[in-house]
Design a protein around this ligand. Sequence first.
Ligand code: SF4
Length: 311
Amino acid sequence: MLRSCERKYYFQYLANAYLNSFDPWLRQIALLKKMKNIPMWQGECVHDAIADFLTQTAEGRDASFDLLALTLQQRMERDWKFSEKRQFREEPASIGRFGAALFEHEYDEVPPETQISELVNEAREMFKKFHEWAQTHSSFLTEFKSAKRRWIEPPPWGDGAPGFMVGDVQAITKVDLALHLPDGRFHIYDWKTGKRPFTEIGGASNSTQVSIYMLWPHFVMNFPLEKVKSSLVYLGNAQSQEVSFHLDEELALETKEVICNSVEQAQRWENYVKLGRLKVEKIDFASSVNECRKCNFKSVCRATLKPQAIP
Ligand code: SF4
């Protein structure tokens, strides 16, 4: 985020913006931080349906696809109605509990052909692909049921949250599912509701993401790297597709270096702001106008600037 736009990073992480801030500008930033675009929200709904399926299976209950798909539909319809009416402006504290705040509604940018029924169908299809993948995968459900320990969409904060420390910074590994298997292996899964990218290796962000995830069991629970595996399961293509990754010593070191460099850069920049050497008015805009078009903060970003100062 810092590389794509320093202002966006400021609004997201440094502005001290809360829903009950005294300053209306800060209150607006706090609200905009909660916005999701339609694909993100749709993906989150599918992830929650998968987590419900896995939780029920872990509890030994018979997780019914039809019932879970119905819950998914009802949740999406409720969220959509809340967002479409812009209820999030009056009831921001309800966002995420009783409804969604969608970027496209906030900015009146819903593509004209968008129908909630179609979004629900797409989400149901993705959930169905996951369900079929889980049933037909040779070992997934057996391993899942026999796992010594399972993490199903664990909360990213608090005691025991997945992650590790880089100096005094907590690196968060927001896994969708992790399994500690009885034979000593550790398997991390990440569900992808987008389409599989053409290239998976060579610095593509998805492989970097799971490489970072794999450092968590290695650093924190001392799993040897050869026992740790991660899988990306794509649900956005015609067929579900699974791509798996391992880390060797060299890649683990490289990955750690990527994180350390990012943390160092971000801390250096944050210090300029915190020490007052960089004021919000002077913080750089995104270099690409496309970045601004899809940015949550576009209504507050340029509000304090005179027109001639806008690049
Ligand atoms: S509107 Fe553009 S310049 Fe402003 S925060 Fe967003 S991406 Fe950055």
